[in-house]
Design a protein around this ligand. Sequence first.
Ligand code: ADP
Ligand code: ZN
Ligand code: ZN
Length: 678
Amino acid sequence: MNAIFLRVALDTPLDTFFDYRWVSATEEANASNQPSIGQLVLVPFGRQEITGLIVDIVETTTVPVDKLRDVIAVRHVLPALNAEWLALIKFAADYYQRPLGEVALPALPKNLKVAKTVSLDRALKKLGRLSFPHDAAPQDEPALNAEQQAAVNAITHTREFSPYLLFGVTGSGKTEVYLQSAARILAESASGQILILVPEINLTPQFEARIRDRFPGLHLSTLHSGMAEGERLLHWLAAHQGQARIVLGTRLAMLASMPDLRLIIVDEEHDPSYKQQEGLRYSARDLAIWRAHQLRIPVVLGSATPSLESWHGAQSGRYRLLELHERAVKDAVLPVVKIINLEREKPSEGLTPRLIAAIRQRLEKGEQSLLFLNRRGYAPVLACDACGWISNCTRCTANLVLHKGDHRLRCHHCGLEQRIPRSCPTCGNIDLQPLGRGTQRLEETLASIFPEARVFRIDADSTRLKGSAAAAFERVHDGEVDILIGTQMVAKGHDFKRLTLVAALNPDAALFSQDYRASERLFAQLMQVSGRAGRTAQKEGGSISEVLVQTRYPDHPLYHALMAHNYQSFATDLLQERQQAQLPPFMYQALLRAEARELATAIEFLQQAASCTQHTGITINDPIPMTMTRVANVDRAQLLVESVSRPALQAFVKEWIVTLRAMKSRVKWLVEIDPVDI
Ligand code: ADP
Ligand code: ZN
Ligand code: ZN
């Protein structure tokens, strides 16, 4: 008998590998059924059978013979994940301080990890039957302008690691640069692959269509979390087997297996959705840079409003800056941004007379208006004037939001729902008032001011059903909507042809947020939502595209930069502030978060965690409750650890985690590297 041991990574919080015995099924061990590193295996674990990943094959093991168990099956039909992929996973696990198995296995489609291989076999058979055309010839490429051409030349000129920041306003032709760079690289080999990341794939069917039109002879895989499992497996396999030459996906696609990856593109690189907020809290953008470095290929970060990290990277020469100064379509101009001072022009129901007049003008010309209000629901809170009662969530440090249509008060954090009370729960007053306004209330107001207009709302509530978001956007594109009301959902990646007015109703809150990134985000959002207007050339007699911002702080530098379409000056100021305040990107951070029934317990744990360690070059701050302390009856606190040196912080956290584990506290905790929400 011929026994070897397979060292296997499993999806468990235990930071260790597991050894299993593998006995060759036949006497003459045949080379084709020998297991290899990077293959999946089915193994017994406790009373379950689970799927693991072979990370090593060894001849001896320290596991005692009576504890040692046999591998149930090796997935020979699936080509092994290659060494580069394993290295990527290992890097992510190390960097974000998680066990390798907790990174590797969740990165794979669910249907690969089930005991029965029916769906895998079926998918492989299906892909085997398809003939994959590898005709990389692009269709109908427009001639590039000089700046676009320079960008494409730069991106495609070497076969080395080269990170680029492609900076250009919405409509400046960044996508065209991606596509033509891809075309060149695809033409160079019969197997090269391109990975294109977008923040939210459900919102970008136009992007997908554009890629398909451009490369009708190539197979495109899409990867995002909204896909059915069967579908996801097919697309993942096509990428893994090299059949898909282009992969378009959300952040999770960054962990896809692509054997001959030659170019990575991260569109809207500043978007916070590139950061995963649960499980492995990775930044797909940062991993893209690492992966490109590993494979020695170009990577392009594209944005109209780059993240300060990337902007700083370009300023300091780590990334090469490629700029597109103008809109690509001839005569398409940038919208005029105007500020409406709310101190002077009093709004009624949130709308100033000037804004109402601007909407009316669009209606008369058959054009579209977009009103941006980043708050869903009818009103953020219901209140009693008589006694001061307000609708608090009993389980969170938050208000219950009024949803008038379905007669509910709803917590947007824990999901708690109540009927709207008929009278004040404390004093009995029946005259309860909704305070403030959300998208539903705005919809109601607009419908009453403009009864003849087709008013339409797009937010998380109106698009809850699967596929309904796509249908909603379809309506807008088809011109069946006159006034569109939306949250940040409408800001991303859409090309509304007849849109000539964009208004931000009340963006001020973000100016004074505790989160130091809030103004960076607000600027990006407003720039992006402004970019929806005036994308196509002004038609004869059409209105000038306008962006109206209602604010109480008309002199705020952020709004001035917005009026001047001047991201650079905004970013320069903000970077200076960050440097003075010693914040990222001039500082590296990690957060220890703790959750407990009682805030005191969480804080106490963090205090212990802070005192059990010391390190030169590392600043350990005081534990503090999170801004929203309580969510779903759990109190949350955090401890910020900082260093100007990324390697020093890494080394510190690695040791620290070992100590924290040894504390065996009952408090639930986790460490987050490069946190974005502090
Ligand atoms: P971005 O990605 O920066 O928003 P796009 O690449 O989508 O910009 O370009 C905006 C519009 O301009 C699209 O309709 C696109 O087809 C068009 N366009 C881009 N580059 C060119 C070009 N060189 N010639 C003609 N039209 C172009
Ligand atoms: Zn709640
Ligand atoms: Zn009351």
